[in-house]
Design a protein around this ligand. Structure first.
Ligand code: IDC
Length: 333
């Protein structure tokens, strides 16, 4: 009898450890605003309102000026419920294709952001507002416009718990970390005036790859700041992965706000082997990651086939090779 009781006790303890351990894992994996609340940064990690590690996995739109049609409720709902995505990134180019600072329709672009944020919020997801610096290279170039834009965003969304501000997608050209810091030093206070604690992502030099430079000289005086690293798996391999891991090990909070499994042009052959390696490492360190891109453009990073004219209710047949890989990867976890 005693033996039996002992066995039951031991089994219950094992069951409890497995079950609660699993719950914690699952909770960490499925972070969502209604359960995880406002995210913040603790050490090198993104954590939920209870201090538990939170990982975001999501999809980025293509430029919203180019592909506004994917910003619709049914599309976001499918991504959330079926693909298990918990963050959407709204990419707003600053200087190309109807760019916000180069003659684009500001009103229309902001309307798209408003729609995107409201659908993401309604579907219980986090949402990244991405100031998509690319051909303009140095974010200081349009710092005035950036200030005005982020002031408006933070005023509007300062009280929401699911907004992430990405203040410069990919500084490049000769833009160094000092330049980016100078820019961040102007934008962060503007956001903080209205949003005391929302997570802010800061791009790093060389198309958001040199997180080591940020690690050596971090932004101080503000909380909930993370640093972006971007990779394209057919181009960026061990070297950049090691840079990422070293930065995290040194305590830097890193967020992969954009990646593709093709080459850095956004097209060309895809490399699933390297892509899987990236995912394994990011999962090991609970780094968040957001895939480029939600469109049917004729390029291999687009997750829909060029022939797919739908804006939602996608089926497997509509997915490109990148889309199929992404779907499987997200569902598996
Ligand atoms: C690419 C798009 C492509 C578009 C181009 C504009 O995929 O359709 O014509 O931008 O210059 C990035 C950028 C991202 C790029 C992507 C692929 O953040 O805007 O999108 N990429 O080149 N960094 C590395 C790769």
């Amino acid at each position: 009898m005693k033996k039996h009781i002992l066995r039951v006790c031991v089994l219950s303890v094992i069951w409890m450890i497995c079950f609660t351990g699993g719950m914690v894992e699952a909770r960490a994996k499925l972070a969502c605003p209604s359960k995880s609340g406002a995210l913040r940064v603790k050490g090198s990690s993104l954590v939920d309102e209870n201090g538990r590690k939170a990982q975001l996995r999501g999809i980025s739109t293509h430029g919203i000026a180019w592909y506004p049609a994917y910003i619709n409720r049914a599309c976001f709902r499918q991504l959330r419920r079926e693909w298990k995505v918990n963050v959407i990134r709204l990419a707003m180019y600053t200087a190309e294709y109807g760019g916000y600072c180069t003659g684009g329709d500001k009103k229309q672009l902001e309307k798209l952001i408003r729609k995107g944020v409201s659908y993401a919020t309604a579907e219980d997801m986090y949402v990244i507002i991405d100031w998509h610096v690319l051909s303009d290279q140095d974010p200081n170039r349009y710092v005035k416009e950036a200030k005005t834009f982020f002031r408006r965003m933070a005023r509007r969304y300062g009280d929401q718990n699911n907004i992430i501000y990405e203040i410069c997608n990919e500084p490049n050209g000769g833009t160094g970390w000092k330049d980016i810091k100078r820019y961040a030093g102007k934008i962060i206070p503007v956001i903080r005036a209205h949003d005391r604690d929302g997570v802010i992502l800061v791009g790093t030099p060389n198309w958001s790859q040199y997180v080591n430079e940020a690690a050596a000289d971090r932004i101080t005086g503000y909380e909930n700041i993370m640093y972006s690293l971007h990779f394209y798996a057919a181009t960026h391999k061990d070297d950049l992965r090691n840079t990422m891991v070293d930065a995290v090990k040194s305590g830097l909070p890193v967020f992969v706000s954009e990646y593709g499994i093709c080459d850095a042009s956004g097209s060309g052959a895809i490399d699933k082997k390297q892509a899987d390696r990236w995912i394994r490492v990011m999962n090991r360190y609970q780094i968040s990651y957001v895939a480029w891109n939600l469109s049917n453009k004729d390029e291999t990073s687009a997750i829909l086939k060029p022939g797919c004219a739908k804006g939602n209710h996608f089926t497997k047949k509509d997915l490109s090779a990148s889309g199929k890989w992404l779907y499987r990867m997200l569902k598996k976890q």
